[in-house]
Design a protein around this ligand. Structure first.
Ligand SMILES: [Zn+2]
Length: 476
């Protein structure tokens, strides 16, 4: 711990430090306290999935900003708002709030494994908590600045998923940029992440892919459609575990287009595509409503055809597996994305014994989840309902990433443009994060010892980073 100085900027992670999951970071400067994100860890359940909230007095938080609706960034928010001494204000973008409502209701339902073996209620929060928290959440438009008692913050496009934002925060002239999860690649429907017009002194940036390089988007799309095409042509079933909302809609745009281009062979229900998610059906209206917040490409399509691009010709919705007639080849997008439980897990267990079938992972798989395990191509997997029972795994397993996080080159280019002297890495497993830190330090090695020296931090959870700023920062 450094000595407590009024001019010290302090950062620490209650979650998401040297890990992917339960993102939650605290910033303190000049007596103000900001909390960034409030997620859960998808590999754990109940209290164990929360950030380390006991390590901090949440009653001191002035504002809490939520970057996007993914569970690892937003799913502990009702807990924070209803079950702790937190009393600050909460902000998110309009689409994030619209999706958050449905998403967390689903989360409550799915995690309402509820009463545990000792008869105690294990739920983090209830539907009522969710409804009450919802009414207290304030929204912010992109490119607009809100001032809460001297803390100014502005939302910028982050790419990644609909509604995702980067926040630039300014306190007494000191500017901090928090990327949340972000992508820079042109996407089929989203605006890519933008560089704020004003410089930042401190950058808090994700490190999901470390120093890895993505294949170009077009070749990934081609690989994806070819792999699926080959599998269904040979009579196989394709399971694509996806998070209910966000990247799934991007994959649906790709598949719907490919099916239309191969209509005589695949269309008209010859090889059906299903999206097994009640939630997705409800939330498609959110996507249809917020087309105006998407990129020019999709808005042009919308204008030209006069039909909503999120009304798919070749994809039908399934509420549950009871209504699914499992005859012949098909493509199934199903949640949850990491195969922890639910529909995607049930189908995995049903389809994995057959070597004609394919499990195609397109998202980021967190350590400790089935999606991560299946990529090791184990001979058997445990049944979710009874771990004593093992199921043979003969299906193919492939990974083609559509996770919409920056790769090393994209991250480095963005970091260089932001030009901050202090960089704090979050949202990455220790090894990729450590490699990113080394690569950044060697990239900025020529500035070492100068007044523009770049410092890179990769703190673990609950380890404080402290940076001294002398006097009131004069805005550059
Ligand atoms: Zn995300």
């Amino acid at each position: 711990m450094s000595q407590s100085s009024k001019n010290a900027f302090k950062f620490f992670a209650l979650g998401g430090g040297n890990e992917v999951g339960r993102s939650c970071h605290i910033l303190q400067y000049k007596g103000k306290t900001i909390m960034l994100d409030a997620g859960i860890h998808p590999a754990y359940q109940g209290i164990a999935s929360l950030p380390f909230y006991d390590d901090f007095d949440l009653s001191s938080v002035d504002i809490l900003l939520i970057s996007h609706f993914h569970l690892d960034h937003a799913a502990s928010l009702p807990y924070v708002m209803q079950r702790t001494n937190f009393k600050g204000r909460v902000f998110m973008t309009h689409p994030t709030k619209a999706i958050y409502r449905w998403l967390l209701r689903d989360f409550v339902r799915v995690t309402s494994i509820g009463i545990n073996s000792t008869g105690e209620d294990d739920n983090l929060y209830t539907d009522e908590d969710l409804v009450e928290s919802f009414d207290k959440i304030e929204t912010i438009d992109y490119h607009s600045t809100v001032d809460v008692n001297g803390i100014k913050f502005t939302a910028y496009h982050a790419g990644h998923v609909l509604g995702a934002a980067m926040f630039q925060i300014e306190i007494a002239g000191l500017r901090v940029l928090f990327t949340g999860d972000y992508s820079r690649e042109t996407d089929r429907h989203l605006n890519s992440a933008e560089v704020p017009p004003l410089s930042s002194d401190i950058l808090i940036v994700e490190s999901t892919f470390g120093t890895a390089t993505h294949e170009p988007r077009l070749s990934r799309e081609k690989k994806l459609t070819q792999l699926i095409h080959t599998t269904v042509s040979q009579g196989g079933r394709v399971l694509m575990p996806v998070f209910a909302l966000g990247r799934a809609q991007e994959l649906m745009l790709i598949l719907d287009e490919f099916w239309s281009q191969h209509a005589d062979e695949l269309g008209g229900g010859q090889v059906p595509i299903f999206y097994a998610s009640d939630l997705a059906r409800k939330c498609m209206s959110v996507f249809q409503t917020y087309v105006n917040m998407m990129n020019d490409d999709i808005r042009k399509k919308f204008r030209d055809s006069q039909t909503n691009p999120f009304i798919f010709k070749n994809i039908s919705y399934l509420k549950n597996l009871e209504e699914f007639q499992d005859f012949g080849p098909s493509v199934m997008l199903a949640s949850p994305g990491m195969l922890q439980s639910g529909i995607s897990r049930d189908l995995l267990e049903r389809w994995c014994p057959d070597d004609k079938n394919l499990v195609l992972i397109t998202g980021y798989s967190v350590e400790g989840t089935m999606a991560k395990f299946i990529m090791l191509e184990p001979d058997t997997i445990p049944s979710v309902n009874n771990p004593e029972i093992t199921i043979p795994r003969r299906c193919q397993v492939e990974e083609i990433s559509f996770a919409a996080h920056v790769d090393f080159q994209e991250n480095l280019e963005f970091i260089e443009k932001i030009n901050a002297n202090n960089i704090i890495l979050v949202h990455g497993e220790s090894n990729p994060m450590g490699r990113l830190k080394s690569a950044l330090l060697s990239n900025f090695a020529s500035l070492k010892g100068t007044e523009n020296e770049v410092h890179v931090f990769n703190p673990r959870n609950s380890v404080e980073v402290s940076v001294e700023y002398t006097g009131t920062k004069i805005a550059k």
